[in-house]
Design a protein around this ligand. Structure first.
Ligand code: ARG
Length: 457
C-alpha cells in the first residue's frame, strides 16, 4: 500500500519497521484519530481544499471503521502506527480519494490532537470519580465525628483526633487533586491540529473550523511549539501521580491500622486476601496494591519527563514513547479510585481499640500544657511542667490519665485536680474550636466545605 512507503520509506528494513511501530499502543487512540480526521475532512472541504464528494466518501469510510471497531470486526493493515493504518484502510476500501486525507496535515499535529482528545475525555471521567471519592470520604467521616483515634507524627502517637478528622484529611487531599485535574483540563483545551509538520501550510486551511468541530476553547499559538509540546501530558501524569500518592498514604495508614500491632480497624473478607500457605492470614492486599500502583504512576511521570528532557525544539520521534505512560495513566487513576470506592466502606474501625491506644500513652499532654496556659502560665513553663509529670508517670508505668492530683502536685504545684480533668482524653474534641482543628464544630465545617467542592464538580 502506497502510504507504507510514504511513512517508512521504500527501503525500510523490516526490523526497523517493527522497532519503530507503535500500533500496539496507539490503536487505543483509534476513536480520537477518527474524530480528528472527520473534523479535518470537513474543514478541508469547507475551505475548498478538497472536493466535497471526496470528503463525504472518506468520512463514510472513517465511520465504517468506527462501526467495525465497535463490533469487534475491524481489521486494520499492519502499519507503523494507527494513523498510517487508518489511511491504508481507506486506500484499500475507499480507493483513490484516500490520497486526499492527509492534505495540509502531518502526523505531528495529528498525534497532538489525538492525545489531547484522549486526555480530555479521561480527565472528565477522572474528575467524576474523584468527586465521588471525596463524597464517600465525607460520608465515612460523618459516621466518625465522635470516634477518637490517635493522630501520628513520626509514626508515634501524638494527639487524640476524631476519625472524621482523619477521613477529612484525605478528602482534602483528593479535593486538591480535583483542582490539579481541572488545571489539566484547561491545559488540554487548546486545539493543535492544522499547524502541519511544524511550519503551517500554504493551503487556505481554517483552524477555527477545526477548533469548533472538535469542541476546544482555543487554538494553539505556535506550530513549532505545538508539535513538540507535551506539557499537557506532563500535567496529566503529575496530577495522576499526586492522586496516587494520596491514595498510597491512605492505604499505608490502613495497612498499619488493620495490623494486630495497631488493631484499629478490621477488613471485610470481600476485600481481604488470604495466604496460599498460612491458613490464618487476612491480608490488606487492596491497599497494598494501591500503594504499589502509585509507584507506576510516579514512574510514568518520570518516564514522560525524561522523554522530553534533552529534546530540541520541534517534533522528535522520541515523543512517540509518550504513548505507554500516557495511555496507562487514566487506567491507573480510575482503577485506584474505583477500588477505594469499594474498599473504604468495608473497613470497620474499632473505637475501643483506638481509645485504648490513646489512653495507654500521654496523648493529652499538649492539652494539659494548654490547660496550664489558660491558668496564666507561659507555654514553655507549662510544657516543662507537663514533661516532668509525663516522665514521673513513665517511671511508675502509669499512663498520664492515671496520674493522681497528689502525684501531679508533688511533681509541680501548678497541677491540681481541675487542671488534670481539663485535659481528659474524652474531652479532647470538645476543647478544640479553632478552624482546621479536630473539634466537632470545626470538623463539621471542614466536611461541609469538602462536600461543597465535590458537589461543584
Ligand atoms: N507514530 C509517530 C508518533 O507518534 C507519528 C509521527 C511521526 N512523525 C514523523 N515525522 N515521523 O510520534
Amino acid at each position: 500500500i502506497a502510504k507504507t512507503a510514504a511513512a517508512g520509506g521504500p527501503g525500510l528494513h523490516p526490523e526497523m519497521l517493527a522497532f519503530s511501530s507503535s500500533l500496539d499502543l496507539d490503536i487505543a487512540l483509534l476513536r480520537e484519530d477518527l474524530l480528528g480526521s472527520l473534523a479535518h475532512l470537513t474543514m478541508l472541504s469547507r475551505c475548498g481544499i478538497i472536493p466535497r464528494e471526496a470528503a463525504a466518501e472518506l468520512k463514510a469510510g472513517l465511520l465504517s471503521i468506527r462501526r467495525a471497531a465497535d463490533d469487534g470486526t475491524l481489521e486494520l493493515p499492519a502499519e507503523e502506527d494507527v494513523h498510517m493504518a487508518v489511511e491504508a484502510w481507506l486506500h484499500a476500501n475507499v480507493g483513490a480519494a484516500a490520497g486526499l486525507l492527509h492534505t495540509g496535515r502531518s502526523r505531528n499535529d495529528q498525534v497532538a490532537v489525538d492525545l489531547k482528545l484522549h486526555v480530555r475525555e479521561q480527565v472528565l471521567v477522572i474528575r467524576e470519580a474523584l468527586a465521588r471519592l471525596v463524597l464517600l470520604l465525607v460520608e465515612r467521616a460523618e459516621g466518625g465525628l465522635e470516634t477518637l483515634l490517635p493522630a501520628y507524627t513520626h509514626r508515634q502517637r501524638a494527639q487524640p483526633v476524631s476519625l472524621a478528622y482523619w477521613y477529612a484529611s484525605y478528602a482534602a487531599m483528593v479535593v486538591r487533586d480535583l483542582d490539579a485535574f481541572a488545571f489539566v483540563q484547561d491545559q488540554v483545551d487548546s486545539m493543535p491540529l492544522g499547524v502541519g509538520a511544524i511550519a503551517g501550510t500554504t493551503l487556505p486551511n481554517d483552524r477555527e473550523i477545526l477548533r469548533g468541530l472538535l469542541g476546544f476553547t482555543r487554538i494553539t499559538v505556535n506550530g513549532l511549539d505545538t508539535v513538540g509540546d507535551r506539557d499537557f501530558a506532563l500535567d496529566y501524569a503529575y496530577a495522576a501521580a499526586r492522586f496516587l500518592l494520596h491514595a498510597s498514604r491512605l492505604s499505608t495508614d490502613l495497612v498499619d491500622f488493620t495490623s494486630a500491632e495497631f488493631g484499629f480497624a478490621k477488613l471485610d473478607d470481600e476485600i481481604a486476601c488470604g495466604s496460599s500457605m498460612m491458613p490464618q492470614k487476612k491480608n490488606p492486599d487492596a491497599f497494598e496494591l494501591v500503594r504499589g500502583k502509585s509507584g507506576k504512576a510516579v514512574g510514568n511521570l518520570v518516564n514522560l519527563l525524561v522523554t522530553v528532557k534533552g529534546l530540541p525544539g520541534g517534533y522528535n520521534r522520541d515523543l512517540q514513547e509518550d504513548r505507554g505512560p500516557l495511555l496507562e495513566t487514566g487506567k491507573l487513576v480510575r482503577g485506584v479510585a474505583s477500588i477505594l470506592q469499594l474498599a473504604l466502606p468495608r473497613v470497620h474501625f474499632q473505637p475501643e481499640r483506638c481509645l485504648a491506644a490513646l489512653e495507654a500513652d500521654a496523648t493529652q499532654a499538649t492539652d494539659l500544657a494548654e490547660a496550664l496556659v489558660k491558668k496564666g502560665l507561659p507555654f514553655r513553663t507549662a510544657y516543662q511542667a507537663v514533661g516532668k509529670l509525663v516522665r514521673a508517670c513513665q517511671e511508675r508505668g502509669l499512663p498520664l490519665g492515671s496520674a493522681t492530683p497528689e502525684l501531679a502536685a508533688s511533681v509541680d504545684p501548678v497541677f491540681d485536680a481541675a487542671t488534670l480533668e481539663a485535659a481528659s482524653i474524652k474531652g479532647a474534641l470538645a476543647r478544640k474550636q479553632s478552624a482546621g482543628s479536630t473539634g466537632l464544630e470545626p470538623v463539621r465545617a471542614q466536611l461541609a466545605q469538602l462536600r461543597a467542592r465535590a458537589d461543584a464538580e
